[in-house]
Design a protein around this ligand. Structure first.
Ligand code: NI
Length: 183
């Protein structure tokens, strides 16, 4: 197990566009090792998604895995691990939904972010196979949050109403019951 150090807000690589993973890097031990480190780091911090720039690796690699009863996102529907390489996102339903988001790279902060409610993702898996995922509801928000990391965008950039920013404690105390905006 290799838990990497998290890059947190202020780290320049969180604000950079991450590089495409070259085709010759697919199905290599090096890429497998990066993905293992990302998974170990995500789970060590109870995250439900992580992008390579969050461990200061500027590559277009994202993991999403939502465990049953996630401590950080208790109401979220479980999703098995998905590894996305070079993902491309298309909005399928621009109608927006609001969720209180957090980020391992932005410690102790939650914010209400509105995003399109359904997306399609075309991506490659670790072996280089072409894959597609249709995501809606909370999973669509998680996908868009993680892919923003590949463009150097953080969720706080998308908080339109800054009165809807809160520490995790205050989120739980004042906002969690706001059913439209949970989890
Ligand atoms: Ni994040």
């Amino acid at each position: 197990m290799a838990v990497a150090e998290l890059a947190t807000i202020g780290h320049p690589l969180l604000r950079a566009r991450a590089a495409e993973v070259p085709q010759e890097r697919l199905a290599t031990a090096e890429l497998g090792s990066l993905v293992r480190d990302l998974g170990d780091t995500m789970r060590a911090h109870d995250g439900i998604g992580i992008a390579a720039p969050q461990i200061a690796e500027s590559e277009r690699v994202v993991l999403i895995e939502i465990p049953q009863d996630s401590p950080r996102y208790p109401g979220a529907q479980a999703e098995p691990l998905i590894v996305f390489v070079n993902p491309v996102l298309t909005v399928l339903d621009a109608c927006e939904q609001g969720y209180w988001e957090g980020c391992l790279s932005v410690p102790d902060l939650r914010g209400l972010v509105w995003r399109p409610r359904a997306v399609r993702v075309e991506y490659q898996d670790l072996e280089g196979r072409d894959c597609e995922l249709l995501a809606e509801d909370f999973l669509a928000t998680v996908v868009q949050h993680e892919f923003d990391h590949l463009e150097g965008v953080l969720f706080i950039d998308r908080v339109r109403d800054t009165s809807k920013l809160a520490t995790v404690d205050n989120y739980r105390k004042y906002w969690l019951e706001d059913s439209e905006a949970a989890p």
